[in-house]
Design a protein around this ligand. Structure first.
Ligand code: CMP
Length: 138
């Protein structure tokens, strides 16, 4: 079925000037952009967004990284969006990511890994609603 996923182009990829290339790859792969903005998470935003990881040893580093500069937030629509987008971005650690995936091309490390992709339809809806109001979703 057609469904939606949520993505962020993370601060590392924005700093390195990869917004255009990454959005081009996403749309060329058949995803339709239904919400899009440049924004920055506060430390409190990042703590809340990643609350599920609060007990992990990398939580502090993750919160600091994700709030250090602007991100591009987007909601994407496609047949099988959540799973196909995770295939397109590749493994969390770019060292393990398949050739041609966004993380293989643009990520620096397991922490600074260029893009986010929701891991379920339920989380896609929660994460999309975290960043966008109803009138910003099309
Ligand atoms: P993502 O899967 O989008 O959401 C959780 C994030 O935590 C992940 O991307 C990485 O940015 C970060 N992360 C996961 N594992 C590690 C790790 N071992 N060290 C640092 N950051 C990590």
């Amino acid at each position: 079925a057609t469904n939606r996923t949520f993505t962020m182009i993370k601060p590392d990829a924005v700093e390195d000037g990869h917004i255009g290339a990454i959005l081009e790859k996403i749309t060329a792969s058949g995803f339709r952009i239904v919400a899009l903005k440049l924004t920055q998470m506060t430390v409190a935003d990042a703590q809340e967004f990643y609350a599920v990881h609060s007990e992990r040893p990398f939580y502090g580093e993750l919160v600091e990284f994700m709030s250090r500069g602007p991100i591009v937030a987007a909601i994407l629509e496609k047949e099988n969006a959540v799973e196909d987008f995770r295939t397109l971005i590749g493994a969390t650690n770019p060292a393990d990511a398949a050739e041609g995936t966004i993380r293989k091309m643009y990520a620096k490390s397991v922490g600074e890994n260029a893009v986010h992709g929701s891991d379920s339809d339920e989380n896609a809806a929660i994460e999309g609603a975290f960043h966008f109001s109803g009138r910003e979703m099309f």
